[in-house]
Design a binder for this molecule. Sequence first.
Ligand SMILES: Cc1cc2nc3c(=O)[nH]c(=O)nc-3n(C[C@H](O)[C@H](O)[C@H](O)COP(=O)(O)O)c2cc1C
Length: 134
Amino acid sequence: MWAEVLAFLDMFKAEPAVPYAKDYKTCIEEAKQRIGNAPIKEKLTDISAYDTVYIMSPIYWGTYAPEVETALEGLDFTGKTVRIICTHEGSGLSGMPSDVKKMCKGANVDTNGLAIKGSSAKESKDKVKAWIAQ
Ligand SMILES: Cc1cc2nc3c(=O)[nH]c(=O)nc-3n(C[C@H](O)[C@H](O)[C@H](O)COP(=O)(O)O)c2cc1C
């Protein structure tokens, strides 16, 4: 959904080095195992060209997907504005704002993020666009 709605933004996708299992139960367990150790295919090293960074993730185990943390590690967020969007199935943004704050040191993190129910993601394009424009 993000790529379609946010075509006007530069996008970086934190892709797991090893894809998750298709089976939901297995995937849930895999995600738990990957917390704190989630290798990704490619890492961003320089975000100096950007003033505002949007961090988007499904909520996994009460926060962003573990691959997002790997992607954020080592980046210099000093002076940047950071905004948060998630999809979830009931818990809203959960721990994502506080974890983003922890990872994006020196950033001005807008903790009024946008939480979209995964099941209504496809119908939420206008909502996302309106929130971006705020
Ligand atoms: C490993 C895993 C953990 C999840 N943990 C949560 C959670 O803690 N809270 C919640 O509301 N939804 C949770 N969900 C539901 C996802 O947030 C939801 O499936 C996702 O946002 C929809 O995006 P997707 O189509 O990319 O999966 C979890 C899903 C998975 C696979």
